[in-house]
Write a protein that binds this ligand. Structure first.
Ligand SMILES: NC(=O)c1ccc[n+]([C@@H]2O[C@H](COP(=O)([O-])OP(=O)(O)OC[C@H]3O[C@@H](n4cnc5c(N)ncnc54)[C@H](O)[C@@H]3O)[C@@H](O)[C@H]2O)c1
Length: 264
């Protein structure tokens, strides 16, 4: 029997086949999980996500639109999930947004209120909004195979990475939100963890100024002497969604080839 057989959950954040969420889906599917998905509203976005899911062998996926910054979209998507599935064993939050205009070295001090608030809203608050709506389904999941929430973060939420700017503030809020959620939902057997992934070339990361330097610097500095691959994060997602991590909650787990451990 595969590790995640009999488990069902929702994956939020597949834009294309380079998204971290795509690699997570690939690994969870390989481990036997049944996965449902959302896409950002809009025909082009839907087409892109469908194409990425086809590459995972999913011809007729469970896929609904959801702009996570809109309460009515969250209500509709989680409501439809509840109509289709009786439980949720895992919830993957792999979304972030900040206006790229403010994601360049030297621009943090210029960040307008609206850009700051929308970055924290989409990239951090949405984890709280999703967990609240998923709570009864996750509780049923906890009683039948386990319940694991996981969110994607980056080291720039902890230390200054010039150019990451307001996204770093949002990641700090995300990681702290995950700890509070872990404490409150843990009473129901729901685990909440964060994966702090290394740099991966994606749509979202291409919005951050100075990232190509990072891509070159990591293999020189990281203990594993390479950049992270999506599959590294996918395998950690399987660990977090499975009983292998049954005693792990409220943690931020680095999957970055160890680069966060190096001071110079
Ligand atoms: N790529 C990296 O180097 C890296 C490193 C560490 C962490 N992360 C994090 O991984 C996660 C996924 O990003 P990615 O790098 O795979 O890029 P990506 O562009 O493939 O994924 C970002 C996703 O966020 C979604 N999104 C944005 N605004 C949304 C909204 N309002 N409602 C719903 N969805 C919305 C997009 O549709 C997209 O699917 C993000 O949280 C990102 O910060 C990325």
């Amino acid at each position: 029997m595969k590790l995640l057989e009999g488990r069902t959950g929702l994956i939020v954040g597949i834009a294309n086949d380079r998204s971290y969420a795509w690699y997570i889906a690939q690994a969870l599917l390989e481990a036997g999980a049944r996965c449902a998905f959302t896409h950002l509203p809009g025909e082009k976005n839907e087409r892109r996500t469908r194409r990425a899911l086809e590459e995972l062998g999913l011809k007729d996926p469970w896929l609904v639109p959801m702009d996570a910054s809109k309460d009515e979209d969250l209500d509709a998507a989680f409501g439809r999930y509840a109509e289709s599935f009786e439980k949720m064993n895992f919830l993957v939050h792999s979304i972030a947004f900040a206006d790229r205009e403010w994601l360049a070295p030297g621009k943090f001090v210029e960040t307008p209120r609206g850009a700051y608030l929308s970055a924290v809203d989409v990239s951090a608050y949405t984890l709280v909004g999703m967990c609240r709506r998923a709570r009864p389904m996750l509780a049923r999941g906890a009683a039948s195979g386990g319940a694991a929430v996981m969110a994607m973060s980056y080291y720039g939420g902890e230390k200054v990475v010039p150019g990451y700017n307001v996204m770093g503030v949002a990641k700090a809020a995300l990681e702290c939100s995950a700890r509070y959620l872990a404490w409150e939902l843990g009473a129901e057997g729901i685990r909440v963890n964060v994966i702090s992934g290394g740099y991966l070339r994606t749509l979202a990361s291409s919005a951050v100024g100075g990232v190509s330097e990072m891509e070159e610097a990591v293999p020189k500095r990281a203990p594993l002497r390479r950049n992270v691959e999506g599959a590294d994060v996918g395998r950690t997602a399987v660990y977090l969604a499975s009983d292998l991590s049954s005693g792990v909650s409220g943690e931020t787990i680095y999957v970055d080839c160890g680069v966060n451990t190096v001071g110079l």
